[in-house]
Design a protein around this ligand. Structure first.
Ligand code: FPP
Length: 248
């Protein structure tokens, strides 16, 4: 729950940007291609965005890559998404590591194929001391699931006398979420024109600036990210307080 920006630099580059990469399927459909082509093109957009975010000085970039609700998609599409994740880690982990990028995974580790789980753990271990940028991959992630796992974890600590009931407050809850070591997102971007959070970072999004763009995810690039940063700088962030000019 750490607010990532100090009062004076809330209009500068956001420290943490999170993205709901939506519209792969529609991108493919419009080209009469199978949905899998849309996801492949989505990975290309993902790589470009990671690079652009680094160039713009964004410290944390979180990408919603597979939601806990995506299990309801046809098996073939789920396998395709898993295959793309495997390929991404096998092919691009070395480049991320060379660029001093720390990879973090959030989401439930239950139900994932063991080789996928091993690759995710391998990526986290290899890059754990890197500090140029943190790439957070939300995989098998759903905010309600995260909150439920957090409640269970805190309850087990209460039962074991590690935490008292009175100690439970928003900070303790944040400290037990998957994102316990990651600042809250300053800005959440969703592509494809849809305007909802879809169970993404619901606890952490309390004060995030929400930016909705019309382009489909495979079309998203450096210029779009730059436009989102401009939009962010035009927002006034008060975290429940008053706008500066009206505060006196
Ligand atoms: C939404 O598009 C996107 C996803 C469900 C997954 C996002 C995945 C990627 C960008 C590629 C995978 C990358 C890794 C590293 C695993 P949609 O299919 O819901 O599009 P639609 O709303 O147009 O159907």
């Amino acid at each position: 729950m750490k607010q990532s920006s100090k009062a004076d630099d809330v209009y500068a580059t956001p420290r943490h940007v999170a993205i709901i990469m939506d519209g792969n399927g529609r991108w493919a459909q419009r080209r009469m291609l199978p949905r899998s082509h849309g996801h492949k093109a989505g990975v290309d957009a993902l790589k470009k965005t990671v690079r652009a975010a680094r160039e713009f000085g964004i410290e944390y970039l979180t990408l919603f890559s597979f939601s806990s609700e995506n299990w309801s998609r046809p098996e073939g599409e789920i396998n395709e998404l898993f295959a793309l994740l495997r390929l991404f880690i096998r092919r691009d982990l070395a480049e991320l590591h060379n660029n001093n990028v720390c990879v973090r995974i959030i989401g439930s580790r239950e139900g994932l194929p063991s080789d996928v789980l091993n690759l995710l753990v391998e990526a986290e271990i290899l890059t754990q001391n890197n500090n140029a940028q943190t790439l957070v991959i939300a995989f098998n992630y759903g905010a309600r699931d995260e909150i439920a796992r957090t409640v269970k974890l805190i309850a087990s600590k209460v039962v074991n006398d590690e935490i008292t009931l009175d100690e439970i407050d928003p900070q303790i809850i944040s400290d037990h979420m998957d994102t316990h070591d990651i600042p809250d997102p300053d800005m959440i971007i969703r592509t494809s024109g849809e305007k909802r959070l879809s169970n993404f970072l619901m606890w952490q999004a309390a004060y995030s600036e929400l930016v909705f763009v019309d382009c489909l995810w495979p079309e998203f690039g450096k210029t779009d990210l730059s436009d989102c940063l401009v939009e962010y700088r035009n927002r006034s962030r008060t975290f429940g307080g008053l706008v500066k000019d009206t505060a006196s």
